[in-house]
Design a binder for this molecule. Structure first.
Ligand SMILES: Cc1cc2nc3c(=O)[nH]c(=O)nc-3n(C[C@H](O)[C@H](O)[C@H](O)COP(=O)(O)OP(=O)(O)OC[C@H]3O[C@@H](n4cnc5c(N)ncnc54)[C@H](O)[C@@H]3O)c2cc1C
Length: 342
């Protein structure tokens, strides 16, 4: 049985930075992530520009998350994707972490970095719709360029739907927004922008069926129902923004149950320690006075939690890692970087 010093549950920004910092502190580290990819909920706004990260000029979220992943891999943590942590218990001094695929993981400490939980887009309830996800039915947007010059139908009236519509305005050939309710729910300013551009907005309208091309590979047109009237819309691409299902369940054995507040967030006892010794919580899932629920806040939490884990494992260890300019771990790497720069 391979026992890790630190196992991080969740591979979003908080988990990724915890993995990096854990390596800085010489801890044998594992990340367990439900999705087949890392990055957490940044994956739902990949095309957005991020402006509010210290020292980082405006950056597209997709690039930012790529950098965060690269940094997290600096000390080669073990990464388990497609794996959902379901239950954590303690046997002697080791936490036993059980997952949905029947595997068990063993760790001396656990950092919970599950953020808002597992986000999965709410899918269209139309039989056979999933086969078009490989072609022109989208629940998220990876690369806005593919929509240039296209006839696009967006279904949804919340912020995500309207934000995407505004982003696509300059490049789409034609944009149609449909929404099942009688009023768009997105920010007023964004809705105003859409209306100024005379985008076709159909309220009280829902998708009824998808009609494929002759090869049955892609959707050729969509039948929508506006009030009581059905009509057919020819499309190149459909973007569905019907929100996300969120699952935050994480089960703990009796006796190691970290305390949660009314919002189900883990209460920090200070330094991102939960009420259970050896279990720490970081990012959007932890609560403490003055907590910042932003990317910068996740980095601060990661440092606090990893340093707490280090002290838990080695009470005589320094309270925090040597700053990178004085850190021996980077000496050889720095030299290589300097040589490559020449
Ligand atoms: C639309 C939107 C825009 C935003 N814009 C900004 C911005 O401009 N600037 C900014 O600073 N912040 C922004 N944020 C906030 C920022 O995204 C979050 O603060 C940050 O993602 C929190 O990171 P996290 O790692 O705590 O959680 P998450 O990003 O939620 O990651 C948690 C990870 O844990 C995984 N997980 C959950 N449960 C399990 C389990 N049981 N087993 C295994 N894995 C599990 C999930 O799949 C997920 O990958 C935005 C958020 C949203 C929703």
């Amino acid at each position: 049985m391979e026992v890790f010093d630190v196992t991080i549950v969740g591979g979003g920004p908080a988990g990724l930075y915890s993995a990096f910092y854990s390596g800085m502190r010489d801890l044998k580290t594992k990340i367990i992530e439900f999705h087949p990819y890392l990055g957490g909920k940044v994956n739902i706004f990949l095309e957005k520009m991020l402006w509010d990260i210290g020292g980082q000029p405006p950056i597209v979220a997709e690039k930012f998350i790529g950098q965060l992943i690269e940094q997290a891999m600096t000390f080669e943590p073990t990464v388990c994707l497609n794996t959902k942590v379901e239950h954590i218990e303690k046997q002697d001094d080791v936490f036993v972490i059980s997952t949905n695929n029947g595997e068990k993981h063993y760790s001396k400490t656990v950092i919970i970095a599950i953020g808002g939980g597992i986000f999965q887009p709410i899918k269209l309830e139309i039989e056979g719709a999933e086969k078009y996800e490989m072609t022109n039915l989208h629940y998220t947007i990876n690369g806005i360029e593919r929509f240039a010059g296209k006839d696009i139908l967006i279904s949804g009236g919340g912020n995500a739907a309207i934000d995407w519509a505004v982003e696509l305005l300059p490049i789409a050939k034609k944009l149609t927004v449909i929404y099942r309710s009688d009023e768009l729910k997105a920010h007023e300013a964004q809705v105003k922008k859409l209306k100024e551009h005379q985008v076709e907005i159909l309220l009280n309208t829902e998708i009824q069926s998808l009609v494929s091309n002759d090869e049955k590979t892609a959707i050729e047109h969509v039948v929508i129902r506006e009030g009581d009237v059905d009509k057919s819309v020819t499309v190149d691409d459909i973007i569905i923004c019907h929100g996300y299902n969120r699952e935050v369940s994480l089960d703990f054995a009796q006796g190691i149950l970290p305390k949660r507040n009314d919002n189900q967030l883990f209460e920090s006892e200070g330094q991102c320690q939960t009420t259970t010794p050896g279990i720490f919580a970081v990012g959007d899932i932890v609560a403490y006075s003055d907590k910042v629920y932003l990317l910068v806040g996740t980095f601060n939490d990661a440092v606090l939690a990893v340093n707490s884990a280090k002290k838990y494992l080695e009470p005589d260890a320094n309270s925090y890692a040597m700053v990178s300019s004085h850190n021996e771990k980077f000496r050889d790497r720095n030299q290589k970087i300097l040589v490559d720069m020449k």
